[in-house]
Design a protein around this ligand. Structure first.
Ligand code: SF4
Length: 601
């Protein structure tokens, strides 16, 4: 099998770049002379239809399609993206659209921490605090002020980059330009929208729609302090807490009326805490007016202020989410989940339903995605650009937890790493005459990830193990330091691996079937619906991962899938799999290898 894989790698490497078909651009606003075949008709579809799912792979130019449509429509357009780095990518299109308006047409508002503060040498990161977070209301001057290095400044600073950007964005939005928000500031805008027409968009694009939907449905957690207030007002919550105390893993889903009451009391608890925070801010502001405070007393008060302002911000986002959950409980399945320590409200619904409900008043909606989802009201628009990138399926065995660890087949993992991962990695390093960095999607961290990292280390390889909950940091470390391999989990959506010519999918990324979320869905909708959702979730994550290590048609990149479970899922959900993925797939093994052959390549 290894020889077959290496021969296939050689063939892909030496093959000429794919023949990409272009067509003349139909709209002069389109910022390139020529369009990829399919882009003109995708723009037409967005212009003609009110509800569109734009389905194409990474690097195929979906962004320029929806931005062109937005500029032609001249609607007040909101683009929502799930991650910060996607905002940077969208912002880069301003250069390309510069001919329309010298000042640019796309305005992105990122988190405040991403803008340079004049008191900081570099961009301030989340951990450090901005001097103005310790602002207070000066009664004699009747305005907010803050202190830095012993001097008092009015808030906000006239030349504050964030404030400038915010005003620019608001102006632009009034003038029907395009506003791009990330998931964090989207919730703030969503809240403002209720009160302020300014944030009421006419056209909404949800980019990476499936990732966005996943993040939104993950829901909202209840903190201990909130839980205490809720328990005071609600017997339902008391009942929940009692069960949690027994260390039970449970998911309460049977009774929507009960969830409604719990949400109402959650809302009340957060509002009460917000009021408390505001009162405390007032008290500290008053303290700060006192003339005879020592420096250390002042510093202590300022530190408290920063903490309280951050809490307030956190509560505001939370209120938006709770309101959305409560307003949609009749149409969307909302349930509570506990893991014996924490309580969460989550929801389960299709991507289409979620996006429709979030943006029910907008004239035009477009969801852009690389992995399609089922739709009834939206119209799917597909197009594909031929890429040199390939996905090689070379099964070593079933890599499930049950197969490998419960049935004692850890040799399978050793074989996968020693006989395939290491030799293919070295072969490609030699082929490219450079040290390649190779991510391995391990499916689970504590078992597969740790085990694989140990095998690699024992075989003299330098490997980084994904630090739980710190994906961005882990990737940065992997990129900057001298590692050959990264054992990573749940990175199918949150990462871009275009700088890695090789990656492995060691295990199909199923979520834990015993997670209370899965149990709640199974109980409410039955085994069949749950299983379909559960399996398609794993397969679509895998498909996503396979599209993430390439951006250009002529870029050489390989993904090797080693888990035999893939084959089962492929057969079951073949009709849902996007054509771009099927066209990249090369079967080297598996039950029906002979039937699939290389005609798909
Ligand atoms: S208002 Fe002033 S202190 Fe605050 S972020 Fe802006 S420049 Fe920095």
């Amino acid at each position: 099998m290894l020889d077959k894989i290496l021969a296939t790698v050689d063939k892909i490497f030496s093959s000429p770049p794919p023949e990409v078909r272009f067509e003349e651009r139909k709209y002069p606003v389109f910022p390139f002379e020529n369009a990829y075949q399919g882009q003109n008709s995708a723009i037409n579809a967005i212009l003609d239809l009110d509800r569109v799912v734009l389905c194409s792979h990474t690097g195929s130019g979906k962004t320029v399609v929806y931005l062109t449509a937005a500029l032609l429509e001249q609607y007040r357009t909101l683009v929502v993206v799930p991650r910060n780095f996607l905002q940077d990518q969208i912002e880069e299109y301003n250069e390309k659209f510069r001919f329309i308006n010298g000042d640019g047409v796309i305005f992105t508002l990122k988190a405040k921490s991403k803008y340079r503060c004049k008191f900081g040498e570099t961009v301030i990161d989340q951990e450090k605090c901005l001097p103005c977070e310790a602002r207070y209301f000066d009664r004699s001057q009747k305005k907010h002020v803050f202190e830095f290095d012993g001097k008092i400044y009015p808030y906000p600073c006239l030349d504050c980059e964030y404030e400038k950007k915010k005003n620019e964005v608001i102006e632009a939005y009034k003038n029907r330009r395009i506003l791009c928000l990330n998931q964090g500031n989207f919730w703030l805008a969503f809240n403002i929208k209720e009160k302020n027409e300014l944030f009421y968009p006419e056209f909404v694009v949800v980019d990476e729609a499936d990732e966005f939907a996943r993040a939104i449905t993950e829901g909202v957690s209840v903190r201990e302090e909130e839980m205490i207030i809720m328990a005071e007002n609600s017997t339902e919550i008391q009942h929940l807490l009692k069960k949690m105390n027994k260390d039970e893993i449970l998911a309460i889903n049977e009774n929507p009326e009960m969830i409604r009451k719990c949400l109402a009391s959650f809302h009340e608890a957060v509002e009460q805490l917000m009021k408390d925070v505001m009162e405390k801010i007032d008290e500290i502001e008053e303290e700060l007016q006192k003339k005879n405070l020592s420096k250390s007393e002042k510093d202590m008060l300022k530190a408290k202020l920063v903490k309280l302002r951050r809490q307030l911000d956190y509560f505001e986002r939370k209120i938006s989410k709770i309101t959305f959950f409560a307003n949609n409980i009749d149409k969307i399945f909302v349930y509570t989940k506990t893991d014996a320590k924490n309580l969460y409200f989550e929801m389960f619904c299709s991507e289409e339903e979620l996006i429709t409900r979030l943006f029910k008043h907008v004239k035009k909606l477009c969801a852009a995605t690389a992995t399609p989802f089922e739709v009834s009201k939206f119209v799917k628009v597909n197009y594909e650009v031929p890429f040199k990138a390939r996905v090689i399926y070379a099964p070593v065995g079933k890599m499930t937890f049950k197969e490998v660890f419960q049935n004692g087949n850890t040799d399978l993992l050793k074989k996968a790493v020693v006989d395939y991962v290491i030799p293919i990695h070295h072969y490609i390093s030699v082929l490219l005459n450079s040290k390649v960095k190779t991510p391995i999607h391990c499916g689970s961290l504590r078992r597969h990830g740790t085990f694989v990292a140990d095998i690699l280390k024992n075989n003299g390889q330098s490997v980084l193990l994904h630090e739980e909950g710190k994906l961005d940091e882990t990737i940065r470390k992997f990129k900057e330091k001298d590692y050959d391999f990264l054992c990573v989990v749940a990175a199918e959506y949150g990462a871009d691996w275009y700088w890695c010519p090789l990656q492995f999918v060691l295990k199909v990324p199923y979520v834990n079937p015993y997670d209370p979320r899965e149990l709640a869905i199974k109980r409410r909708f039955g085994e069949e619906i749950w299983r379909k959702r559960y399996e398609w979730d794993a397969l679509s994550r895998l498909i996503q991962a396979c599209g993430r290590n390439t951006r250009k048609p002529d870029q050489f990149s390989i993904t090797v899938i080693l888990d035999k479970k893939f084959e089962e899922l492929y057969a079951k959900y073949e009709n849902l799999i996007p054509p771009w993925f099927k066209n990249r797939l090369i079967w080297l093994g598996g039950e029906d290898e002979s039937n699939r052959g290389e005609e798909n390549n």
